[in-house]
Design a binder for this molecule. Sequence first.
Ligand SMILES: Nc1ncnc2c1ncn2[C@@H]1O[C@H](COP(=O)(O)OP(=O)(O)OP(=O)(O)O)[C@@H](O)[C@H]1O
Length: 633
Amino acid sequence: MEPLSFDFPTDDTQDIARYQSFSQANERLANLQPIDYYFAEHVCQVLGTHNALVFHLAIACHQHLQNGHTCLPINEVANTYLGQAFDEHEQSISHQGYLIPQPHVIDETLARFPELSSGESLMVLHNQHLYLRRYYLFEQQLSQALSDKRAIVQGEDQNLIKQVIGQLFQENHTDTETIDWQKIAVANALNKNFVVIAGGPGTGKTYTVTKLLAALIMLHQKQSSAERLNIALSAPTGKAAQRLSESIVDAIDGFKGNIDLDVLSDIPTDAQTIHRLLGVRNNDVNFKHNQDNLLPVDVLLVDEASMIDLALMTRIFRALPAHAKVILLGDADQLPSVASGSVLADIAPRPHQGYTQQNTKFLTHVLDQNLSGLCAKDQTNTSDHLTILQHSRRFDGQGGIGVVAKRVIEGDAKAAWQRLENDPSNQVSLMRSSTDNWLTSMAEKYYRPLLTESDIEVAFKQLAMFRILVAMRKGDFGVERLNQRIIEYFINAQFIDGSQAFKKQPMYHGMPIMITENHHKMGLYNGDIGLVWQQNGQLVVLFEQSQGYKSVIPSRLPSFEVVYAMTIHKTQGSEFNHVLMALPDANQHKLLTRELLYTGITRAKKQLSIVSSMETWQQGVKAQVVRHSQLVL
Ligand SMILES: Nc1ncnc2c1ncn2[C@@H]1O[C@H](COP(=O)(O)OP(=O)(O)OP(=O)(O)O)[C@@H](O)[C@H]1O
């Protein structure tokens, strides 16, 4: 392929420049990756143009995708420099960058390429946003699938629904003003095939959805054939799937005596990862289940939906039969997925926008309560598919963890900090001692017992007690350094044999590890946690399974790392009794966001310790994750 050259317009703001190669472009544009450059080159080649603006917008579009956005909003990049950078020491410009012009210039230029708006070209222009075609199609397909499924189903037997809900929620509300959001969440899922039940930790998402599954089974039993309703449970990670299974088992136990046993026994308890559900194929990015080979399910429940990116969510919906009902559970305030998109946050707008008149009428009838207050004033902006559970049973109004989490997500850094400084509930505290002090005291208390424990069940319970959470991999408060410091402490204190632990890869009894890549054949996935264990004279690594443990010889493990400390991103879907969150120095706080802090805080069940300066804290609470997309419902 002939390299393209780009003649830049000559004017006061733009030098004449000509890229003959990636390295030339790299001299002018900071943070340019070869893949950004070659994508842009390919776009221009297909469009048959040497236009510098199109070339640079294609670079920006590709870079946006790498940064988690699904598209590039043209108006936001107009009048900004792409790839301009400064040399801080010399206080001079290191990369001149490219000035993206005013919106009307962009519009006029892009209008010369009608194929961009056809949806068929490599880069697609849609509503003033540029996409890579693949992501445009993902967004379009998902929007369509969600709209189809969330439509209110006509002809449901509302009296039967009312009867079933009456059986499941027997408590007599004399106070007709009180809104029971759990009850609304159940009813709201019975007249449509797509719902989101959102809420913070402990708001009863799993409890509610278990009642919902019971309702669906009861309706199915009363309405139709002898065939069982085929319900699948799933979550993005192994850990989250395991927690979902456990919570559903607990909820079922709690319902015994109130709900018929033959209904409860039809509720499945075995959740699997989404990848396993869809069926991973070796050396193939496509799943076994797709539009040509649909999943054999009537109801699909997906937990921890905030972790699911646009591409995976689209693939889930592609693989579903038209009649299947989808229930997404999640906390929309948490960090979005690692890969592109922020699907849950996009489709669960907060505060709730209200319901359509039709849906409000349905809820009012089946719940036998006047719910007109839930009807949206603006009927063009409604969220029939959404219920937000409000009341956390884990964090009652008094506990410090719940209060700090709430203040952080509201953006009130000062109030959150004051609570950290003085918490009457003794749940939250600021660690003011030196790093050596808190690190060794935590390692002594929580991690040292693992070194001498001989019961693997007790060891896994001990490991779930505590975790150090950090924002980054590198730096003094990065994962790598903190893990290394704990190992060094154990060696210096002679709790472990230094000659063993200082080999290239430390390996000793009671060492916790985390898998960092998927290995489908071995059934080990990125984020799975194991314990190195002395067994019959040799070291193996044990992983918890729904029943028993998977044992793997260390030499056969996919890549992994020690996990005394881990990044907040990786803890999504997990919880610990005690969390210590160590935040980097103020000058590294660019990575910190409100959502990151909230996610870290809400991993703690009983105790939360924070290592941070006030300045870092304030900056973190102020910054919010921004993900550009046009996925709205
Ligand atoms: N209506 C209720 N009555 C009694 N107990 C409830 C009710 N709702 C929830 N709970 C209890 O509150 C606890 C938290 O509920 P649940 O696990 O369903 O919350 P969750 O939102 O799924 O939490 P997480 O996000 O942490 O998974 C559980 O012990 C559950 O049994």
